[in-house]
Design a protein around this ligand. Structure first.
Ligand code: ZN
Length: 366
């Protein structure tokens, strides 16, 4: 077998984590450019600049990332003097900012450090950038060598961000478990995929245990233990799973039926525009579990548990919650069944199974 390397995330989480920036980063260089989104920079810039001053890191400039994780923005940033002068690239913001800077670091071979200011997904710790066109349409995943060298998860900044990001992020996080569990079932797995599938269990447990409390704390701006556990699940556990199960890039254990349904739903521009990714994916999880229950009735218990969680947290449980109706069901199903995300599963997902699951969900949640 040909040799291979694995690169895993390193992170600091809690209060005052930016104070460690100098110590953590100085082995890689003492000059950094800060690249972020407008809101993220407003939330984190002062704290980060102070940390750089105290940690002996010279800041060569503060740049806006460009509004979209697009190759055009990566190239524009690469030409900036502040980027060329810096040894380190600091990404401050959500997924699109972090993915842009990760792609930039890969292209120009500079060290990337991530400073997530919201907790909607695992971009701060993964080794893939989701690339878009400048008009905001999806382009392709860009797999990069390694995740950011270190990720600074400042709970005070994250707790002060709008709670809807974490709310949606939880849906995308536990989808990782249900999809990996389903697509790998009954298979003999490589070490890393097996590890990833096992770790994915923790994309669900802490969300069920701490999710509701963490949301209340996020709404109140409290950096609590519950919030920390959910931030770890969304950022770290999900990223570890993603890195491990996508290593082969041949079989897709990373996304599955819940994401295929998400793509079916987001073929309606108003759904894409008015709802967050993880929010839509959480609806896909409910359909996934009803499909699973048709094959294995013991899965029904899991469906009941997740429906209760969606209800308790206000995640969507019927098409109307996403601005659609039963009349849109067939189009959503057709689109979902055409997605490659469902190519690798222990059984063939038929149109009849999907129709039955959608109708059942509409009936239960009436
Ligand atoms: Zn997702």
């Amino acid at each position: 077998m040909e040799g291979y390397s694995m690169y895993f995330p390193c992170y600091t989480i809690g209060h005052g984590v930016y104070e460690k920036v100098g110590k953590v980063c100085c082995d890689y260089g003492t000059s950094a450019v800060i690249i972020g989104g407008h809101k993220a920079l407003a939330a984190a810039q002062d704290k980060l600049l102070q940390a750089c001053r105290e940690g002996g890191i010279t800041v060569t400039g503060i740049l806006w990332y460009g509004g979209e994780c697009a190759y055009e923005n990566v190239e524009r940033l690469a030409a900036e003097q502040a980027v060329q002068e810096a040894k380190l690239l600091f990404a401050v913001g959500g997924g699109k900012v972090t993915d842009t800077v990760k792609a930039l670091g890969e292209q120009i071979n500079k060290a990337v450090f991530a400073f997530p200011t919201i907790t909607s997904n695992c971009a701060g710790c993964t080794s893939v950038s989701i690339m878009y066109n400048t008009d905001g349409s999806f382009l392709k995943p860009f797999f990069i060598t390694r995740p950011p060298l270190h990720t600074f998860l400042d709970l005070d900044i994250i707790a002060a961000a709008p709670a809807r990001y974490m709310w949606a992020g939880m849906g995308d996080t536990y989808a990782k478990f249900f999809e990996a569990d389903m697509s790998s079932r009954g298979e003999s797995l490589s070490h890393y995929v097996g590890l990833g599938v096992t770790i994915s269990r923790m994309c669900l447990g802490p969300i069920l245990e701490y999710g509701e409390q963490a949301l209340r704390d996020n709404e109140a701006g409290i950096a609590s233990e519950a919030l920390e556990n959910v931030v770890l699940a969304i950022n770290v556990t999900t990223a570890l799973t993603s890195i491990l199960v996508t290593k082969d890039k041949i079989i897709d254990y990373n996304t599955g039926l819940a994401h295929a349904i998400n793509y079916g739903l987001t073929s309606y521009p108003e759904v894409e525009h008015n709802h967050l990714h993880g929010e839509i994916v959480s609806f896909g999880v409910l359909v996934l579990l009803l499909v699973e229950s048709q094959v294995d009735p013991s899965m029904r218990e899991k469906f009941d548990r997740m429906l209760a969680f969606s209800r308790a947290t206000g995640l969507p449980t019927r098409l109307e919650d996403l601005g659609l109706s039963a009349a849109d069901q067939d189009a959503v199903i057709d689109k979902a069944l055409a997605m490659p995300d469902i190519d690798h599963n222990p059984y063939v997902i038929t149109r009849d199974m999907m129709v039955q699951a959608f109708e059942e969900l509409q009936k239960i949640t009436k």
